[in-house]
Design a protein around this ligand. Structure first.
Ligand code: MN
Ligand code: MN
Length: 305
């Protein structure tokens, strides 16, 4: 994947960045209602779940988001304070402050390695073959925005700098680096076909374990491999932002996170006008503003000479 400079106007690029960030929050808010449900339970309760209505096991208010969005915002703020750089220690402090503020949900791997950071002061988690959850992937968007225009190697280094604070694992790395680069393809004007050819296809060739060419991934767990399989299947089986998100969250399982990841990719690919107006209206206005503002600030920083 190349990350050469944009071939689209800056205003369009910023619109796509906002769409990616709002997409993340929309997928999170939509999916949270059905997180940890089986597809058959979702069908029984909602038919097709396609409205932002809150509830779920977290008993959310309609339009509220979860850790996927709030950790991303915490990370993005740390990157902005550091002038666009992704510094492990700043990321670790930002995540720790986020955890102290008692978020509505938090992954086990995130909690364990942040508690370890408090004790050791070392912002890099020890390598672990077990830490292949989707926690680093779900929050990678601000890195993708901040490193737009950098070469692929530097993007990957920046992605790992944030990932390894909590998830130091090769499958997590592969997925998280892929997501950042694929989002950037979309931001630069890539259509689904182009993102597939330049992003998804080479990724699957290098890491066949993530392949979407398997049976329909229902009830995806928080294991990053199942998460990415479900997201890619939904992205490639649909041709709009709305249908992609509806398809992925109705698989149940870790639905807020598959929704969030599908939302950032589909937002970057389909752009601001593709976001359903009723969903954007339903989103908590403070979150909506925080996501759009941070998207603009991060992209502006990465476009600055
Ligand atoms: Mn969540
Ligand atoms: Mn989740």
């Amino acid at each position: 994947m190349r990350t050469s400079s944009s071939s689209i106007p800056a205003a369009e690029l910023i619109g796509r960045a906002e769409a990616a960030y709002l997409g993340l929050a929309l997928g999170d808010a939509l999916g949270a209602t059905v997180e940890f449900m089986m597809p058959r339970e979702i069908r029984g309760q909602f038919g097709v779940h396609k409205e932002i209505r809150g509830g779920g096991w977290l008993r959310l208010k309609p339009g509220s988001v979860t850790d996927d969005t709030t950790m991303s915002l915490a990370l993005g703020e740390a990157i902005l304070v550091d002038g666009g750089r992704v510094e492990p220690l700043s990321c670790a402090h930002a995540f720790d402050a986020w955890m102290r503020a008692k978020p509505v949900d938090i992954g086990n791997t995130v909690r364990r390695n942040l508690v370890a950071f408090r004790r050791s002061g070392d912002p890099v988690a020890p390598p672990s073959e077990h830490d292949a959850g989707n926690g680093a992937a779900m929050r990678v968007l601000p890195v993708a925005l901040a490193t737009l225009g950098q070469d692929e190697h530097d993007v990957r280094v920046a992605v790992r700098a944030q990932s390894h604070v909590t998830h130091n694992n090769p499958d997590s790395d592969a997925a998280t680096e892929f997501l950042a680069l694929a989002v950037q393809e979309g931001l630069r004007g890539g259509k689904l076909r182009g993102v597939y050819r330049r992003g998804i296809q080479p990724f699957i060739e290098r890491h066949p374990v993530f392949t979407h060419r398997s049976r329909r991934r229902e009830n995806p767990s928080g294991w990053v491999i199942e998460t990415i399989q479900a997201v890619l299947q939904s992205l490639l089986a649909t041709d709009s932002f709305e249908n992609c998100l509806i398809d992925v969250v109705n698989r149940g399982g870790d639905a807020d996170t598959t929704g969030a990841i599908a939302g950032m990719l589909a937002g970057a690919i389909y752009g601001r006008d593709a976001l359903p107006v009723r969903w954007v209206k339903a989103l908590d206005p403070k979150m909506r503003e925080a996501c759009a503002t941070q998207a603009r600030r991060l992209v502006s920083l990465s476009l600055a000479p």
